[in-house]
Design a protein around this ligand. Structure first.
Ligand SMILES: [Fe+2]
Length: 205
């Protein structure tokens, strides 16, 4: 029997997928919309040096980038019933509700230190809207550890722990991942050209 997206989700909590409902034309429209949003983006900066485990199970950490809520093209994909049904199939959830979505703009040096997403993110979806997006770092083998256990293992390693797995972010392919449980980060953006990331979070009820 072929290995399926759902098998990969169970094993790793990270699934790369492509789908007609988020095909090249739609992603191109979202990318154009995103480029037009850049001028209205706002700073998303936490200059603290602390990585903090929170009572809600998330891990909150420093970051630097710009962000925007996105426009109707992005919202259309986030709320598309066919897209949500696919995410349910991949992740074994019966009902997923869009919880939040937006765009992240990374200039040279922008980053997001190792963290766990907030509890609304039963499924986090990220996708590159530019060609020059560096891979995301991840620690899927720590998916089932408590915050205390994760912090014990990573706190002496700074913002970007070693021993992780790179998660490629290439235009045309989306990544669904267990962002509440799998610690992950964005390394400092290397290219002179800025990068744009689409993100969406779904809550399982
Ligand atoms: Fe995240």
């Amino acid at each position: 029997m072929p290995f399926t997206y759902a098998d990969t989700w169970l094993r790793d909590g990270i699934v790369h997928f492509a789908t007609e409902v988020a095909g090249p034309d739609r992603l191109a429209r979202i990318a154009e919309e995103a480029r037009n949003c850049r001028q209205d983006a706002f700073d998303r900066i936490n200059d603290s040096s602390e990585i903090v485990g929170r009572r809600n199970g998330s891990i909150f950490s420093p970051q630097r980038c710009r962000a925007h809520r996105g426009g109707p093209e992005l919202k259309g994909l986030v709320f598309d019933p066919e897209f949500i049904a696919l995410l349910c199939d991949i992740t074994g959830n019966q009902t997923l509700l869009p919880a939040r979505y937006g765009l992240k703009f990374y200039s040279r040096g922008d980053y997001m230190a190792v963290h766990r997403d907030d509890p609304k993110c039963s499924v986090t979806v990220s996708f590159a809207l530019t060609n020059d997006m560096d891979p995301m770092g991840s620690l899927p083998h720590m998916r089932n550890l408590s915050n205390d256990e994760v912090l014990e293992l990573i706190l002496d390693q700074g913002f970007f722990p070693s021993g992780g797995r790179d998660v490629e972010l290439k235009p045309g392919t989306l990544v669904a991942f267990d962002g509440y449980n799998v610690p992950h980060w964005r390394p400092p953006h290397c290219a002179d050209e800025g990068a744009i990331l689409g993100t969406m979070c779904y809550f399982s009820i």
